[in-house]
Design a protein around this ligand. Structure first.
Ligand code: MN
Ligand code: MN
Length: 258
């Protein structure tokens, strides 16, 4: 039975440092289907291919087409998982979710807070999606985990918008927030320590272990309306290990949705 929709966004035009994430969606699917693993999540749920209404992968001509495509693929009561793509996709994806759901909360797991109002002259850079989301009032509460690159400007924007940040240096003090609204989960693969996930554009040491990230996902105790897995960069990967981590996280996220 189709319980979750799936879309791939082949887009990395807003990557500031390296291209590559546009290649990710088919490779995450391929890793999910790899004969080296099975389709089970750790809670025992069988995450069969039939679980997914796979809308396919989309080539993007213009940035805000991502919102239109997401809107077409999004139905109430059916969670949608997006494979990126760089993190810029999350802003137009959330615009579509906001149109359908209104008030939402986001749990954002990343090395970076992505709270720049503008990066290298681009207000839609992959360093900016959460600034745009908060600036447009698309979500009520934004919670960030894994963050280890804050600068003054991003701290100011976090304070201005009331973003609740658990910095990586304080991760031992993290406890899962009490969400008040439908929850969307955004996972930037560079939240992980590059030792666990080398296939990302920005190697930011001192990150989460795969185990810690899986536990974060498993600790979510409210229904998820949507999620994305972004910033996997296959051109930087070693033996597809980051693809396999992405597929593992995908199964754990799906288990939270069914
Ligand atoms: Mn990011
Ligand atoms: Mn990041």
């Amino acid at each position: 039975m189709k319980q979750i929709s799936l879309q791939g966004i082949l887009f990395d035009d807003k990557s500031s440092f390296l291209k590559g994430p546009a290649l990710a969606p088919p490779l995450i699917r391929q890793a999910y289907h790899s004969d080296s693993a099975n389709y089970y999540a750790e809670d025992g749920k069988f995450i069969a291919p039939e679980t997914f209404d796979d809308k396919g992968d989309f080539t993007i001509d213009s940035y805000f087409d991502i919102e239109k495509i997401t809107w077409t693929n999004l139905e109430k009561e059916t969670p949608l998982i997006s494979f990126g793509g760089d993190h810029s996709i999350t802003f137009p994806v959330i615009k579509a979710f906001h149109s359908l759901y209104g008030k939402m909360d986001i749990l954002h797991i990343d090395a970076h807070s992505d709270l720049y109002s503008n990066f290298d002259g681009d207000p839609y850079s992959h360093a900016c999606p959460f600034y745009n989301i908060m600036n447009e009032g698309l979500v009520e509460n934004l919670y960030q985990v894994g963050i280890r690159t804050l600068n003054d400007g991003q701290r100011e924007n976090a304070a201005k918008f009331g973003v609740q940040i658990n910095e990586m240096k304080d991760f031992e003090e993290f406890s899962m927030p009490k969400f008040n609204n439908p929850l969307y989960l955004s996972v930037d693969m560079d939240a992980l320590d590059p030792a666990f996930a080398p296939g990302v554009s920005h190697h930011e040491s001192g990150g989460l272990s795969t185990r810690q990230l899986i536990h974060l996902i498993q600790d979510i105790s409210v229904p998820l309306i949507g999620a994305d897995i972004v910033e996997y960069n296959p051109t930087r990967d070693i033996h597809d290990m980051t693809a396999m981590v992405s597929a593992k996280l995908f199964k754990e996220i799906a288990a939270k949705m069914i």
